[in-house]
Design a protein around this ligand. Structure first.
Ligand code: MN
Length: 713
């Protein structure tokens, strides 16, 4: 079992001035809270955080990371609380422990290959501090080493997850020794027979291989000395998993994987790298297409080297890597190597990888000398613009930050998006505007009554959702325009006594739409509705095709209008001839109920109601004006009876009738008789809307000179 002393000694080896008090304190705390817990191996639980902390020290991480390694399981497995950790060990350590705990809680149930990259990105996005990933990798490494104590099912699941998610993450961060160890452990659990075979066969060849490397080294040393270059030559065995991969990819047996040995030449300068390359290519035949210059084009994780393959002295294929000591350090330690650069080599501008933050790190740390200060600046801004969420089936989906359930719904299917009314996230209902968080499990709720709204465009983030919503809105407007166009045309036709239904599918209409290069009658109506075509224009073409005289409107307008009036009034007002149409009041003249108004058919946005004397209406297309009456219409009138006593005089009835008509009341019945004393008695039955109207009428009648009395009866 690793002891505290092993960890502190390791830290001091690369960071002699490290303050180890916090490490000791974390050790004591971790021992206390994990007390009594045991691993499946039977070892005290504390052995695990100690191993993790030691691995972090081997990765040459800073003190805070090692502290976080000691504490990484305390939130999940003990009574320790986040505020305790923060109070005792500071905010940074607490954040790292919290980050590791969060990642550990995520269940990766879907292991399709295409999902792996998204899961890796999600982990990176969830870690606000790169050290969270380092602790997680160290944690996973020890769990893999002790995987033998788990059930076969768990061995399989954890190994697959490690192979798909964590080993590539280690590679991406450039910590190849962790990547190789993880991969070999995974191979051991996933393909035990192949693992044993490769291991045995490479071991059998160890003697031959070592002799071969010695021979090659002698040849190279001699050559390098002649050229005056000082170089260190290392021979190494490729790790088992990479041999396995090669066997699988190229369908080879272990013994056919010739280049399972590789040579590494390390020199002082970049210039010497290329000189060495020239020397090697002169000695042995290079294999075409196998040279890669990672010096001028570094890998995303800053890895630099020259890679080449040659046919070696005994006809064996051999891989050679050439690099400087600095490059070697980066290759061995990965991101940790950047912690302590003294004079960083600025990366090439051609590297357009998503790891541009690493480049920035290199540039920053020219001004930073303290590793602590450097680490403070290492905040993960990688993938900060993305958010990763799960479907209920465990599939990971990537969205731009700020994306909503609507974006999620459209990413599944257009119909789901169109009918999305909300979502359930971790079991809780959230509104459409909810912003998705990393790791959310999102379940969309739909309703057949729902449909997209223009407002959604204000908050959706994905181009797909935007396009789909716009498309839907446009379709709706088109449908509305088709209806409007039909109505406008119908009214225009009515003026000429042409019944719309009679000509709707006539050859004349079809030929008109053909003449106008329109695909269908629907298009024609839509164009009228949008205002691109005028109805009169169509009527003109039609009448001329039908051989009619368009100057002679027939007198059945009233008939048509009366038919239209039977349609239901929408929204408290009546729009003549237009059924169930969107109505809104104009902002220019603010008509009040009861005022004389007129409707204007807009392009795709329904009917706007203006005052009849509104100046905007004066200049507008008369074809688009519709008659508007207020609801409640005339049916809601009340019968009222008046008795008017007058001087008996010719014409008095006509005068009274005119006044009543002026006041917009309808005379249902009128009885007139003359008395013997030369007075006239008139009894009216009137339809009035309200009391006020009646009072107006009474007042007006009384003002007539010959009227003596007016009374209600
Ligand atoms: Mn752990």
């Amino acid at each position: 079992m690793i002891r505290l002393n092993d960890i502190t000694t390791q830290i001091l080896s690369y960071h002699p001035k490290a303050d180890l008090n916090l490490v000791e304190k974390a050790y004591v705390y971790s021992a206390k809270v994990h007390q009594g817990q045991v691993r499946l191996s039977g070892e005290p639980y504390l052995s695990h955080p100690l191993e993790v902390a030691f691995t972090l020290a081997r990765m040459k991480m800073d003190v805070i990371s090692v502290v976080a390694g000691l504490l990484h399981d305390t939130l999940e497995d003990t009574n320790a609380q986040l505020p305790d950790i923060e109070r005792l060990f500071g905010r940074e350590a607490a954040n790292i422990v919290n980050g590791v705990t969060k990642i550990s809680k995520i269940q990766f149930t879907n292991h399709e290959e295409r999902q792996a990259e998204n899961i890796r990105k999600m982990i990176l996005a969830m870690a606000t501090d790169i050290r969270v990933i380092m602790v997680k990798l160290a944690d996973r490494l020890h769990n893999m080493k002790t995987l033998g104590f788990q059930s076969p099912e768990k061995q399989n699941t954890i190994s697959r997850e490690t192979l798909e998610i964590y080993a590539p993450l280690a590679g991406r961060l450039g910590i190849y020794w962790v990547k190789s160890m993880l991969e070999d452990l995974c191979l051991y659990y996933l393909e035990p027979e192949i693992y044993e075979k490769i291991k045995t066969e490479t071991a059998q060849r160890r003697g031959a291989r070592e002799k071969y490397i010695r021979d090659v080294k002698v040849l190279l040393d001699k050559k390098f000395r002649e050229s005056g270059i000082q170089a260190t030559i290392k021979g190494r065995q490729k790790h088992l998993y990479s041999i396995y991969q090669k066997m699988k990819d190229q369908n080879l047996t272990v013994n056919q994987v010739y280049d399972n040995l590789a040579l590494r030449v390390i020199v002082d300068s970049v210039k010497q790298c290329y000189e060495i390359l020239g020397l090697i290519h002169a000695m042995w035949k290079p294999i075409p297409g196998k040279f890669t210059d990672y010096i001028s084009l570094p890998k995303a994780n800053m890895y630099q080297s020259l890679h080449t393959k040659v046919v070696g002295p005994m006809g064996q294929r051999m891989e050679v890597q050439i690099r400087t000591w600095q490059m070697d350090k980066v290759a061995e330690e990965g991101i940790a190597a950047h912690w302590k650069y003294k004079e960083g080599e600025v990366a090439s501008k051609t590297d357009e990888s998503q790891f541009s933050w690493l480049r920035r790190l290199l540039e920053w740390q020219k001004d930073l000398h303290d590793p602590k200060e450097f680490l403070d600046t290492v905040r993960m801004d990688l993938f900060q613009n993305e958010v990763y969420v799960f479907t209920p089936k465990g599939e990971v989906k990537e969205f731009p930050k700020g994306a909503t359930p609507v974006d999620f719904a459209y990413s599944i299917h257009t119909d789901i998006g169109n009918k999305c009314t909300g979502a359930r996230v971790k079991g809780k209902l959230v509104p459409l505007r909810y912003q998705l968080n990393n790791g959310d499990i999102v379940e969309i709720i739909t309703s057949n009554k729902q449909h997209p709204s223009k407002d959604w465009l204000d908050f959706v983030k994905t181009p797909r959702a935007k396009t789909k919503i716009r498309h839907w809105v446009k379709e709706q407007e088109r449908d509305q325009s088709v209806e409007l166009g039909k109505d406008i045309l119908e009214r225009a036709l009515a003026k000429f006594g042409i019944r719309f239904s009679n000509i709707l599918k006539s050859e004349e209409m079809l030929s008109i739409s053909k003449d106008l290069s329109l695909h269908s009658l629907e298009d024609l109506f839509a164009n009228i509705g949008y205002g691109k075509l005028s109805a009169n224009q169509i009527v003109g073409r039609l009448t001329s095709k039908m051989g009619m005289d368009e100057e002679k409107p027939l007198g059945i307008v009233d008939k048509v209008v009366s038919r239209m009036k039977r349609k239901k009034p929408p929204h408290g007002i009546k729009v003549t001839g237009l059924d169930d149409i969107l109505v809104r009041f104009a902002n220019c003249c603010h008509p009040l109920p009861g005022e004389p108004v007129i409707g204007y058919i807009t392009h795709g946005r329904g009917v706007t109601i203006h005052k009849q004397d509104c100046r905007h209406i004066a200049d507008s297309d008369p074809d688009r004006l519709v008659e508007i009456t207020w609801d409640p219409p005339k049916e809601d009138v009340y019968l009222s009876h008046l008795k008017v006593t007058t001087v008996d005089k010719k014409g008095i009835l006509a005068d009274m009738s005119a006044i009543i008509a002026q006041k917009n009341a309808n005379i249902v019945q009128a009885d007139v008789r003359t008395t013997t004393d030369k007075k006239g008695i008139c009894q009216f039955s009137l339809e009035v809307e309200d009391y006020k109207q009646l009072q107006d009428i009474i007042g007006a009648l009384k003002k007539l000179r010959d009227v003596l009395f007016v009374e209600r009866i």
